[in-house]
Design a protein around this ligand. Structure first.
Ligand code: SAM
Length: 300
């Protein structure tokens, strides 16, 4: 176990995810068996370490992004809820997602013809490919991929200003949390840009960065911000033990009010299902069913 790290998030061999703004008064901790990488990139603080339960752990600005042990619960749900809520997604945009997990999941869909991924920090991609190779599992070499290294907000602003670009069927915002380079993704202007970039029956999904145990009012407000732009806006969730409280919300939207986002619009083949560990059509629907107290606030 690491005992003498100078890293601000590690004390006495324990990594501590302390976030006084979003999660005051509590913290998730894991032992650090060894540090694989620690440095600051142009955009954020990056830490990668090994833990005996969760395997390799990627941390950005002190917040856990993914671990080898439970990453599929996040990557599969944020990807396949949107991909199956659409009847035939051909063009997909991923904003963020530098670890490659969402790209890996999108690439499993044979109906997809092209994937654009916009990641601000090339070092997250390089380090994830080196230390967490199962996350992308070769998907960065997929010939359908057009990888752009720039700010996702600026990318959307630029394509909005151009009249030649084709629109997307599914847009997945797999960003880090609002503090830092992803701050703009949780605001109304961002949802407007997503709407402009979407085909009429398109579906967008984003991680909400918070959970209903500790941030109920925030989730109510975020859902309503999205709803000002998209007539069809829903909240659903996935369960990931290394995200605070083990529960993480996803906001799903479409311009088309008649698409039931809580129902898979395509039949999943046996072959497709065989590649998945968490997602199935039943959990797609049940992810939208909330406990009574949370439902009253988030969906009021
Ligand atoms: N699953 C994760 C979570 O919710 O904790 C998100 C993982 S992924 C590593 C987040 C990525 O978003 C990072 O690689 C980060 O560099 C990228 N990102 C943050 N702000 C961005 C921006 N403005 N434009 C594009 N990518 C951004």
């Amino acid at each position: 176990m690491v005992n003498n790290s100078q890293h601000p998030y590690i004390k006495d061999g324990w990594f501590r995810e302390i976030n006084d703004k979003s999660f005051p008064g509590q913290a998730f901790t894991m032992t650090v068996d060894s540090i694989l990488y620690e440095a600051r990139s142009e955009f954020q603080d990056i830490l990668i370490f090994r833990n005996k339960v969760y395997g390799t752990v990627l941390v950005l600005d002190g917040i856990v992004q993914c671990t080898e042990f439970d990453e599929f619960a996040y990557q599969e749900m944020i990807t396949h809820i949107a991909m199956f809520a659409h009847s035939n997604p051909k063009r997909v945009l991923i904003i963020g997602g530098g670890d490659g997990g969402v790209l890996r999941e999108v690439a499993k869909h044979s109906c997809v013809e092209d994937i654009t991924m916009v990641e601000i920090d090339s070092s997250v991609i390089e380090l994830s490919r080196k230390f967490l190779p199962t996350l992308s599992n070769g998907a960065f070499d997929d010939e359908r991929l057009d990888l752009k290294l720039c700010d996702g907000l600026k990318f959307l602003q630029d394509i909005g200003a151009s009249d030649v670009h084709k629109k997307f069927d599914v847009i997945i915002t797999d960003s880090s949390d609002p503090e830092g380079p992803a701050e703009a993704f949780f605001q109304e202007r961002y949802f407007e840009l997503l709407k402009d970039a979407l085909n009429p029956n398109g579906v967008v999904i984003m991680q909400s960065s918070e959970n209903f145990w500790l941030n109920l009012k925030y989730l109510h407000d975020l859902k309503n911000t999205a709803k000002k732009v998209f007539p069809n806006t829903e909240y659903c969730y996935t369960m990931v033990p290394t995200y605070t409280s083990g529960q993480l919300g996803l906001i799903v939207c479409s311009n088309n009010a008649n698409i039931p986002l809580n129902i898979a619009q395509r039949k999943i083949s046996e072959q497709e299902q065989g590649k998945l560990k968490y997602y199935n059509p039943q959990i797609h629907s049940s992810a939208f069913v909330l406990p009574t107290w949370a439902d009253k606030v988030i969906n009021e």
